[in-house]
Design a protein around this ligand. Sequence first.
Ligand code: NAD
Length: 463
Amino acid sequence: MTIDGAAVPARDTFGVIDPATGQVAERAPEASAEQLDAAMRAAQAAFPAWRRDEAARRAALLTASEVMFARAEELGRIITLEQGKPLSDATMEVTGAGVWLKYHAGLEMPSEVIQDDETALVEVVRRPMGVVAAITPWNYPLLLAVWKIAPALLAGNTVVLKPSPFTPLSTLRLGELLRDLLPPGVLNVVSGGDRLGAWMTAHEVPRKISFTGSVATGKRVAAAAAADLKRVTLELGGNDPAILLDDVDPGAVAARVFGGAFQNNGQVCSAIKRVYVPAALYGDVVDALAEQAVAARVGNGMDEGVQYGPVNNRPQFERVGELVADALAGGARVAAGGAPLGRPGYFFAPTIVADVADGARIVDEEQFGPALPVIGYTDLDEAVARANATHFGLSGSVWGTDADRAADVAARLECGTAWVNTHLAIGPGQPFGGFKWSGLGVENGPWGLHGFTEMQVVHRARQ
Ligand code: NAD
């Protein structure tokens, strides 16, 4: 672990499983409560000097981005080992982290003058909050950590970062690589199980919790934060609808919808998780999606040419199987896949579930894996209503040859990002967050940066 600028071992360790084999590949340190406390105190002690030197912060973020580009292959291998995704995707995750760091190195935080006259000069400025507790999930372990630490550090905060127990290795290595580049205590990385996350949110030092994970845990985080009125940003689950309009070309749209649904094996918060298709096109779209699923190359992410790796962990693997089985029991059929691949590791065949409707668990819940339900509709207003009839509200997309008409429908989606003829188009300058249970606050762009600041009014009287 990295605590106060030093490498810190732990007395206890836990196994990290390679999802391509189901076997323990490495062991990771299990932080004690005392070690977490030391990390929090170190971050607190580092804050006063760090907040004062904006130029040093920008320079450090820029160097950190260069480290990501230079170490993309090394970090990528670690991500593939612990997460399962193909090495090319894992390497892209690392270079993506580099892009995010570079973007933040240059992101301005201007103050706003709201009054400048003979009576007063009144400015609104952004101040750092102090120590940020950052907690991440297992689907994009490195990129989502950087989504937090880049803006948190730019704003002048210091950080204690905890990765998911399923994917701690790449984040621990990140801490190691940045250790000498940042003053001691500015970025601390600790690892452990879920209880470590709960200790972090209950700790008195952090003023802000930045959390990405499931809705259930997000609610616990919010409840823990309330006791101390800590600020929170929550990036939670999604159940993104894709609505196809009646003027789409089934073959062309299926290829793109498949990409938006199965990226990272469906383990993306804002992946397409249910598809609404006009009844007249239903058979053609299902067939075209099934063709994509059958052609997908699934295997060990370390092997050349593999497009989709295993599901990351056993509980998630079992959940996908359970949701597919539930749909079949309710009368649905699988147009492709439908079962584990029958080899060691957590491999599940890319699955298209047809003849399924709202009310089935695989439609109503977040599956977060390689199984996509396709739902027919006859009335567009009803399809929009069903797309919105959920506690989730992360993102969604509408697809049509008439892009203006598709945009009009997209405007009716109740979600943080409404895409038209695309899905998963995300960038460092674009705010990302969810309506309803999908989150609180946003990440990325100036809006995300503001989430790591408090607003202060500086009022200078002139009379
Ligand atoms: P999770 O909620 O189980 O765990 C997320 C993190 O929280 C882990 O580090 C875990 O150790 C920690 N944690 C667990 N219990 C805690 C507690 N009581 N207090 C504090 N921390 C605790 O989620 P997961 O299974 O790792 O990730 C999958 C979920 O994340 C999916 O729902 C997915 O949609 C969501 N996700 C959202 C986004 C987004 O930006 N909106 C991005 C990626 C993933």
